[in-house]
Design a protein around this ligand. Sequence first.
Ligand code: ATP
Length: 298
Amino acid sequence: MFAKRISQDSVIIGTPAKVNLFLEVLGKRDDGYHDINSLFQAVSLFDRITFTRIRYGSDISIELTNDADVPVDGRNLIVRAFRLMQDRFGLTDGLQVQLEKNIPIAAGLAGGSADGAATILAVCGLWDLGLDFSQMAELGLEIGSDLPFFFTHGQAMVGGRGEKITETDFPTDYWLVLATPDLHISTAESYAALRIDLTKSKIPFSFRRCKGLRQFVDTLEHTGNDFEKVHLGSFPGLGRIKDELLDIGALIVRMSGSGPTVFGLFDSVPETKSKRLFGKETGRVMVVRPVTLPVRLP
Ligand code: ATP
């Protein structure tokens, strides 16, 4: 996350979307969560959030500064993260939030988690709570499995249900085209649909010796996204989007998270304008790059 203090009581945070360069679901745990094995990469698509500490009342308010269909009540992960921190640290002041929502919602890009993580970072800074980043990640995990990743530099192998994080240093010299079709795929339903698949054997692969982009892509080719197989069957449009991305030169085409966003990975600037690509079915299309992020308090 990028964080900037703009006054004693205000910070602005840019919090990124992530893609899953690969994603394996390993099995269901006793606590009901699933263990995963995934390579997360932050990309150059940010929600921009201004947090202001309010020294009268203990309420939180969220104002959307652009047109986004996201709840601003107790369902919002910003509210949930703030309430958790109020309870945990006995905070009595309130919080005013202005949210510029740029990350597509419920799209497999973890935009809600990114906002929840930004809230934890902002509150730690504004209240001077003295937490380190691993403590912030632990708090984040209480809100959602994807939150801890956002306290890294932006690229990590993620295991467990999201709490086992190993930062990595793989190439970032590529472009991604994100295509987010207008399909409603809930994460919970995606996991439910996966259940029958969980006994399958895992493909062995190693990233250890990846040097340049070519090798990295070759290794990624041996991986996949376990949700993709499930959704391709139910939503044939996703297969057509994949074909279109391959047509314009993507080296790898894959679903992110539990979808429906599909990304294409390119070794040069992708030509998204000239083709029949990106018709109605393709939905929202964005060209982004991997980003490396600072990890510091505002
Ligand atoms: P993941 O990749 O972790 O599965 P996602 O990208 O599919 O997540 P999100 O955009 O994080 O999904 O949102 C999922 C749900 O969370 C939506 O139903 C949305 O209404 C709700 N939500 C709560 N807070 C937010 C927020 N700040 N931004 C976006 N969605 C939010």
